[in-house]
Design a protein. Sequence first.
Lengths: 115, 109
Amino acid sequence: SAVISQKPSRDICQRGTSLTIQCQVDSQVTMMFWYRQQPGQSLTLIATANQGSEATYESGFVIDKFPISRPNLTFSTLTVSNMSPEDSSIYLCSVWGLTSADTQYFGPGTRLTVL
Amino acid sequence: GQNIDQPTEMTATEGAIVQINCTYQTSGFNGLFWYQQHAGEAPTFLSYNVLDGLEEKGRFSSFLSRSKGYSYLLLKELQMKDSASYLCAVRRGNTPLVFGKGTRLSVIA
């Protein structure tokens, strides 16, 4: 299994500001994933963060709005830029387990409210 | 693309059995996953099927038919604490999971 921590656990932000969310994993992993879960909705993949290369973004998500860093094999950050109330969501970091038959693990999430 | 469909809501009685269905359409299928998510919490893994058939884990079982693009999650001896959202997710190759919209299950006395 993988143990994932995120900071902050929650935040309330003003429109137009930016927030950086941190994700720390207890083991080295090649890929880390960032998901968004809007209120009452399921999880939507934002991007895949690869160490040593640019993140790969899903349709509808762009680097200017959601810049991602991946400085090493256990850490990543997601920034939500120029926030609007529509960005109010839970943001979750996720990794695959260490074996090929393993599952995908999720961090506890960061609950963001934009006023 | 991938289409994953599951019912939006279900209600069942404590002690009963409930089956939550999931249908999917995808290429490069590499596994179907079920997660449980309580309100305000992160999803937690329940089960994984990559071959056809039934996987049983205590009160929870999951079934897969790859030819039909169909899976179900079976919950037996329902308890109040089973009230949660149940998320069906598909893995395509080595890509991250793609989730359905989730089924919100309410267990009533």
